[in-house]
Design a protein around this ligand. Structure first.
Ligand code: SAM
Length: 373
């Protein structure tokens, strides 16, 4: 069986890797992983047997082995060409540049990228426009993107993320549809949770006071106690990811011996419950301190969403040999354009505006028109 070689950039604790390993099973071979944060590296190593320590900005493409599919859930940053037209040069100094550089140098068959939903609206959409332009025009990849929610894939978490997929060839690809329609936070709860997860009476009182003050000013305030039939709010970096996902746990509360515990049995979710919200199996080892584990898990991905997209990519790649790509014709005289944009016919058959109507319809495939018409 031919192995598919992957690289895992901005690897974190390997949530994306896990999704692709599930989908490609024995066919998947990870040849390179890269992550700058020491604590995330320890979690990755405990679970995948290799330490991905490295800084991608300092890693030359020549140091990366050849591979077929690039994976990256990169940190979100706003940037835009904002009127500049240098293309590739406009993104220098950004994390996306590092990814684009590796794609340009290594020319993998496909890539998978993940980011926060509002990445699409950063800087009035210019950041995203820049990415799309670089991928399609400078790198010549076919590009697909979609916002998907973890709650539609069996995880009781309202987590919307943008997923971006690209192929070197003009491959037809469809994002997966929802696999689940009913999920609830009770499905991920642990039993007999230690009393360190319960809020002190004092802290719960502080949260309530904050809420009152913010409500008086007409602002929302993040503290929220979930019902067991609810779905959790997005788990995010920092404290509020925890305070927005509190629950009442009478059963564990009754066993507690702590004296300053709140009387309403309100507790935070545990690191294991965070991992379950993201779809990590219970066999996933927790080796980092609690606070680090919350951060690392919030930073990661909903594994079942990645798994479903990876399966769609696998299908698309397998079917790609049967592509039915229509040749393009001049919008004016109907002549078949053998060399796409470079076809000398465009120069002779005048009206570029009309021609571009024809051209835009086939925009995705213009880089490879020469091979297919
Ligand atoms: C959004 S997280 C990705 C998490 C990952 N997808 C997962 O499943 O856990 C981005 C990661 O990029 C890492 N990172 C940031 N700058 C980096 C760099 N220069 N080189 C390598 N990793 C970097 C961060 O430490 C963080 O873990």
């Amino acid at each position: 069986m031919k192995k598919i070689r992957f690289i895992d950039l901005y690897a974190g604790i390997g949530g994306i890797r896990l999704g692709f390993q599930n989908a490609f099973s024995a066919q998947a071979k990870f040849v390179f992983s890269n992550e700058i944060d020491n604590s995330a590296c320890k979690t990755y190593e405990a679970n995948f047997g290799e330490n991905p320590k490295g800084d991608i900005t300092k890693t030359k493409s020549s140091e990366i082995p050849d591979f077929d599919i690039l994976l990256a859930g990169f940190p979100c940053q706003a940037f835009s060409i904002a009127g500049r037209r240098k293309g590739f040069g406009d993104i220098r100094g950004t994390h996306f540049f590092e990814i684009a550089r590796v794609i340009k140098d290594k020319k993998p068959a496909a890539f998978f990228l993940e980011n926060v939903k509002h990445f699409m609206s950063h800087d009035d959409g210019r950041t995203f426009k820049t990415i799309k332009k670089v991928i399609e025009e400078d790198l010549g990849y076919t590009f697909y993107h979609k916002v998907l929610n973890a709650k539609d894939f069996g995880r009781p978490q309202n987590r919307e993320r943008i997923y971006m997929v690209g192929f070197k060839d003009p491959i037809k690809f469809e994002f997966p549809s929802a696999t689940h329609d009913k999920v609830a936070v009770r499905d991920i709860l642990e039993r007999n949770v230690g009393d360190e997860f319960f809020l002190s009476q004092r802290y719960l009182n502080t949260l309530k006071k904050h809420r009152t003050r913010h409500e008086e000013k007409g602002n929302g305030f993040g503290f929220m106690i979930l019902k067991k039939t609810d779905i959790a709010n997005t788990i995010v970096l920092g404290g509020m990811g925890r305070e927005r996902n509190l629950i009442v746990d009478q059963e564990s509360f009754k066993k507690s011996k702590r004296t300053n515990i709140n009387s309403e049995a309100v507790r935070s979710l545990t690191p294991r419950e965070f991992l379950r919200l993201q779809g990590f199996p219970d066999s996933f080892k927790i080796v980092a301190p609690k606070s680090q584990m919350y951060r690392q898990t919030a930073n990661s991905v909903a594994v079942p969403v990645v798994d479903a997209i990876a399966r769609s990519m696998k299908k698309a790649l397998a079917e790609s040999k049967n592509l039915d790509i229509k040749p393009i014709h001049c919008g004016i005289c109907g002549k078949k354009l053998l060399k796409g944009l470079n076809d000398p016919h465009i120069q002779t058959c005048g009206n570029l505006a009309l021609w571009s109507v024809c051209f835009n319809k086939h925009d995705k495939f213009r880089k490879i028109l020469g091979q297919h018409v």
